[in-house]
Design a binder for this molecule. Structure first.
Ligand SMILES: C[S@@+](CC[C@H](N)C(=O)[O-])C[C@H]1O[C@@H](n2cnc3c(N)ncnc32)[C@H](O)[C@@H]1O
Length: 315
């Protein structure tokens, strides 16, 4: 299947690449964004993270360029890895969140309800011991329900969870298709007839939980913001409302100017109130209709960015 990188042009534009700059791609995947950044660099370099060793191995074979430093780690360990590589600050940090199309399409990873496979869903198969199989078979009814509510916003959580518990008493739930059948049997006809796949929400919830995705984003962004050079850009592509909420709250925290109502009325000259960061995207940037037409997966994507301001002495 052809690989599309979402919001590619828009991401490169907003990162405002300097030819001698240092950039971090926190989500290498199939390197669409890394390659586009690389094209703009002369003496600059790029540090590329992925917690999936298959992604790193595949790209390394294809892209043998000494301006790239590959890091096989979770981006929640961003700072430690940059320091190890002698970097205290960088010119841009980029995230294209979630699971890559190859991960979805590789049958044996168990991410997709479209293929029958072992229930796995780990992005990092070398470190993470928690698989979807373990969660579905071993977690209590209450714990499963919390996962489906919290990360899938699944209206039919109780019906699905009750049927999971009933099914696993008879036989272990080992495969994606076993789980899809249980989900289908738990939903009303009206929902089954909708265009959206009935297992979409449950699969999304399990995946987010297993990979602890939202905490990793929070932890990583807090490190990223401390590592930007003056003028440096932090840019993030989100794909669903839970990611969006985390990123929006984070960007708001660092860019919202809170003014003092008393001081506000005073004619203070030459003093600009600032948080030190400028929000570059009031609303997230969305893909064009053409892009959505070519790559359906991009339809929910939004690009968010902020820039660290360049410090000026007051005049
Ligand atoms: C949407 S894909 C990136 C696609 C890439 N931009 C491209 O154009 O090919 C996301 C990638 O980030 C990786 N990833 C997701 N969360 C991660 C995390 N917390 N730490 C490191 N890598 C992560 C996934 O394994 C996946 O390969």
């Amino acid at each position: 299947m052809e690989h599309y990188s979402v919001l590619l042009k828009e991401s490169i534009k907003i990162l405002n690449i300097k030819a001698n700059g240092v950039y971090v791609d926190c989500t290498l995947g199939r390197a669409g964004h890394t390659k586009a950044i690389l094209q703009q660099l002369t003496t600059g370099k790029i540090v590329a993270f992925d917690q999936d060793i298959a992604a790193i191995t595949k790209v390394k074979q294809e892209l043998n360029d000494d301006r790239i430093v590959y890091v096989h780690d979770n981006f929640k360990n961003l700072k430690a890895n940059l320091i190890i590589n002698g970097l205290k600050t960088v010119d841009g940090i980029f995230y294209d969140l979630g699971v890559s199309s190859p991960q979805f399409d590789e049958q044996d990873r168990g991410f997709s309800y479209r293929f029958d496979a072992e229930l796995d869903m780990r992005m990092d198969q070398t470190n993470n011991a928690l698989t979807a199989k373990k969660v579905v078979n071993d977690f209590s009814e209450q714990a499963l329900a919390e996962i489906l509510f919290k990360y899938g916003d699944e209206k039919f959580t109780w019906s699905i969870v009750k049927n999971i518990v009933k099914a696993r008493q008879k036989q272990a739930i080992n495969t994606t298709f076993q789980l899809v059948d249980i989900i289908k049997a738990s939903l009303p006809q009206k929902v089954l007839k909708q265009k959206k796949h009935p297992a979409k929400k449950t699969f999304q919830a399990l995946r987010i939980f297993i990979n602890d995705e939202l905490n990793a984003i929070r932890e990583s962004l807090e490190q990223a913001i401390t590592m930007l050079n003056d003028g440096g850009i932090l840019a993030v592509i989100t794909f669903h409302s839970l990611e969006e909420r985390v990123v929006k709250e984070f960007f708001k925290k660092y860019t919202k100017v809170v003014t003092d109502p008393v001081k506000d009325k005073l004619p203070v000259m030459h003093e600009k109130v600032t948080t030190g960061f400028t929000l570059l995207t009031k609303k997230g940037i969305e893909p064009s209709d053409d892009e959505i037409g070519e790559n359906r997966r991009s339809h929910s994507a939004k690009l968010w960015a902020l820039r660290k301001e360049v410090k000026h002495e007051n005049i």
